[in-house]
Design a protein around this ligand. Structure first.
Ligand SMILES: C[S@@+](CC[C@H](N)C(=O)[O-])C[C@H]1O[C@@H](n2cnc3c(N)ncnc32)[C@H](O)[C@@H]1O
Length: 249
């Protein structure tokens, strides 16, 4: 089933400090580039190195901040649609979204699972996504026309869900937000615990993917792999996929 969530709906800005910070650095470097380029003999002395350096900082900062804002407005929705379409869902699975934020993946799952249940878990860290919060997620999902998603407050390192309760577990850019490889391994162990036999996991993550794949393998999941980076979002994402062996397999 290839249903899509509204690509123009706002699901929040990830990494708001970095997005605004790099935009600010870009502007400052742009002004300093102009000022230093206008100095007398700017291109005949060692000053030219400074002008070129400032120009590079300006361009680099604008590329990163434009990427972060573009990811928030459209690229992350496309990346999530690709991920969910790739799962080829039947429509009756029970699905869990780790670090659901304002509900982008929950919305995408809900339209694809008319006969299943969708649960989102988040600790609602505002410095990682703005706006963020359970009330924000509820309002966002309702404005997007999505019903029937259960939202739970909790940590993805200690999921507030039962063992073997989900056919599908997904996430985007939430495990990467954890403070260490050990924390990401805890989250991966929780994924293995919460999946039903035969269940599948599909994660989009920019960093720390090796530890997650290793832990999923250590917990007995088969075919645990990570893809190459895709550069359509900022930061670029890898896809991690794995399957929990069916009972008796
Ligand atoms: C960059 S946002 C991504 C949100 C959402 N997955 C999306 O694609 O729009 C990261 C999310 O992970 C959540 N998060 C970070 N650490 C968490 C933890 N330990 N437990 C639960 N959620 C966490 C944050 O609150 C935030 O909503």
């Amino acid at each position: 089933m290839a249903a899509e969530v509204d690509p123009h709906f706002p699901y929040g800005l990830d990494r708001p400090k970095q997005a605004r910070g790099t935009a600010g650095i870009g502007m400052l470097a742009g002004v300093l580039t102009l000022v230093s380029a206008l100095l007398p003999n700017a291109f005949e002395s060692g000053l030219v190195v400074l002008v070129l350096f400032l120009l590079l900082v300006c361009i680099g900062s604008f590329v990163i901040s434009a990427g972060l804002f573009r990811t928030a407005s459209s690229s992350k929705v496309k990346a999530v649609d690709r991920l969910l379409n790739g799962l080829d869902l039947r429509g009756d699975e029970d699905a869990l979204d780790l670090g659901c934020g304002t509900g982008l993946l929950c919305a995408g799952l809900a339209v694809r699972l008319p006969d299943g249940d969708v649960t989102g878990v988040d600790a609602w860290v505002e410095s990682q996504l703005t706006p963020n919060g359970k009330a924000v997620a509820k309002r966002t999902l309702s404005l997007a026309g999505v019903k029937g998603v259960t939202l739970r407050t909790g940590s993805i390192r200690e999921l507030p869900v039962q063992d073997a309760g989900f056919d599908v577990i997904v996430s985007r850019d939430a495990l990467a937000m954890l403070p260490s490889g050990a924390a990401r391994r805890e989250a991966a162990a929780e994924i293995a615990r919460a999946l039903r036999p035969g269940g599948r996991v599909a994660l989009l993550e920019p960093f720390g993917t090796r530890a997650v794949v290793e832990e999923l393998r250590a917990r007995g999941l088969t075919d645990a792999t990570r893809s190459r980076r895709r550069w359509s979002t900022m930061p670029p994402l890898r896809t991690i996929t794995a399957t929990k062996p069916a009972a008796g397999a």
